[in-house]
Ligand binder design. Structure first.
Ligand SMILES: [Zn+2]
Length: 481
């Protein structure tokens, strides 16, 4: 029997990702969903600044990196296939595409000798050419999207610990709109640009029709089988298990149930993949990317932020190389730290892209409307975390599963603010350049002490004091975006 990876997930959001019964989960999700809706109503001048994605020292990438069947090529071939099948829908996703970014990519594809070599990077640098837009094809069995002009991984080379030039892949159930899948892929590409292109990323999005869900499971399992990861039959059995909290099939059954209820709840997770040298994501329907679903019109910008959150888990996983499940689990460390950093980094990226006028404007025309409001989002997170900490009578150290403050708001939102606080005090490069850069060689407690100059217990006390300050003082440490 295979151990299927670590589960780091985002239930939209809150509590569960692990414990709790199914019905408890559903209740929590509905509540959270209400909160998400109310959050989006308020306004705050998005303001200025820009260039979030920018920089990108392309130097890092190309040279040493991988190996691996450079032939890959799914990308280039795309066009022919897509025009036929996708006809009406392609436009949004692919049109803008072809022209601009293509140029850089082929260079990457070329070189490349045989095997995986490559010095593991210490600092997780920015990656090289990442396309601006995804191209999508309807393969019949599923929809597949990847960066325009970028190669996709073939085989199962070990890319952990590096940045690379392969495109993240969004693989979506065939009952979903191709533009929804394109929005998922575009969000993955932005995240790759921002935090480094790690991989290999396989992001599976389940839909509401059972036959389409079964087909996507077959696509997943055929890949595992072809890449000598897992036998097809065992993969299909395990991935189709029901009831199960985290089988692939459960993301479909949850989606179908939520649609029937008219609830825009969602669940998605980084479900391991180290043993297969990939990052295995599964998601329920991101309703905000397709407003034709009758679930109360959630905005697509929230789903973009969610994809960013998930991608950041891949960045975290990319920072430690062991294949040992227990070691990986230990290095993901406290729930507040892993989920809080993913939550905060995702919010920050969404906020910056909004300020640059990019986030909402690049959604396809079928996505739910509504801007992303960084300050409001962060204020809501802070208020909810404070309320939960008052209720539970504990602090960040109690937000692990089974702890007395084991709630989504305490762990995710409290954790997000813990990272706001740490960043304000120590600088915005410490998380990546010190903590995650040293995590492979160190225990997380030591990496934390190295990064932040104190033990985590000392930090808990300090952060508790911060939570008792007046709101205006707390909000004043948010970075301007
Ligand atoms: Zn998460």
């Amino acid at each position: 029997m295979k151990k299927v990876g670590l589960l780091v997930c985002l239930l939209l959001v809150a509590s569960a990702c692990g414990g709790a019964s199914d019905s408890d989960d559903l209740a929590a999700l509905r509540v959270e969903n209400e909160m998400l809706k109310s959050q989006t109503t308020t306004t705050v001048a998005p303001t200025t600044t820009v260039a979030p994605t920018t920089t990108v020292a392309p130097t890092t990438t190309v040279a040493p990196i991988t190996t691996v069947a450079p032939t890959t090529s799914v990308a280039p071939t795309t066009t022919a296939v897509s025009t036929t099948t996708v006809a009406p829908t392609t436009t949004a996703v692919s049109t803008t595409t072809v022209a601009p970014t293509t140029t850089t990519a082929p260079a990457t594809t070329t070189s490349v000798a045989p095997i995986t070599t490559v010095a593991p990077t210490t600092t997780i640098p920015y990656s090289g050419p990442v396309s601006e837009f995804a191209v999508c094809t309807n393969e019949g069995t599923h929809i597949q999207c990847s960066g325009d002009g970028m190669p996709v991984v073939e085989g199962a080379p070990d890319l952990y610990g590096k940045v690379n030039s392969f495109s993240p892949e969004a693989l979506c159930a065939s009952d979903l709109d191709i533009r929804l899948c394109g929005d998922v892929a575009n969000a993955l590409l932005w995240a790759a640009k921002e935090w480094g292109n790690v991989g290999a990323i396989e992001y599976y999005v389940m839909g509401v029709e059972e036959s389409a869900a079964d087909s996507l499971i077959e696509v997943f399992c055929n890949r595992r089988d072809e890449r000598n990861n897992w036998s097809r039959s065992e993969c299909i059995n395990r991935s189709s298990e029901l009831p199960s909290e985290f089988s692939m099939k459960s993301y479909h059954t949850n989606s179908a149930a939520w649609l029937a209820e008219g609830s825009a709840a969602g669940t998605m997770g980084h479900n391991g993949g180290r043993e297969w040298n990939m990052h295995n994501f599964t998601s329920s329907v991101p309703w905000g990317f397709d407003s034709s679903y009758d679930v109360g019109s959630p905005p697509g910008t929230q789903d973009q932020q969610t994809v960013f959150h998930e991608y950041f888990h891949a960045v975290q996983h990319n920072s430690h190389l062991s294949y040992d499940w227990d070691e990986r689990d230990r290095k993901m460390w406290h729930r507040w730290f892993a989920e809080g950093s993913a939550d905060y980094m995702a919010a920050l990226l969404a906020g910056r892209l909004t300020s640059a006028g990019l986030l909402e404007s690049r959604l396809s025309e079928i996505a739910g409307k509504g801007a992303y409001e960084f300050v409001n989002e962060m204020t809501e997170k802070l208020n909810r975390a404070k309320a939960d900490f008052i209720n539970c009578g504990g602090n960040l150290g109690d937000t692990g599963r089974g702890g007395k403050c084991d709630t989504g708001d305490a762990a995710y939102s409290g954790g997000a603010w813990a990272h706001v606080y740490l960043e304000d005090k120590h600088g915005d490069d410490v998380l990546m350049d010190v903590f995650y850069a040293n995590l492979d060689a160190m225990e997380p407690e030591d990496a934390f002490a190295l990064a932040y100059g104190q033990t985590v217990e000392e930090f808990y006390v300090e952060f508790e004091q911060f939570l008792s300050l007046p709101l205006s003082q707390q909000l004043s440490i948010l970075p301007s975006i």
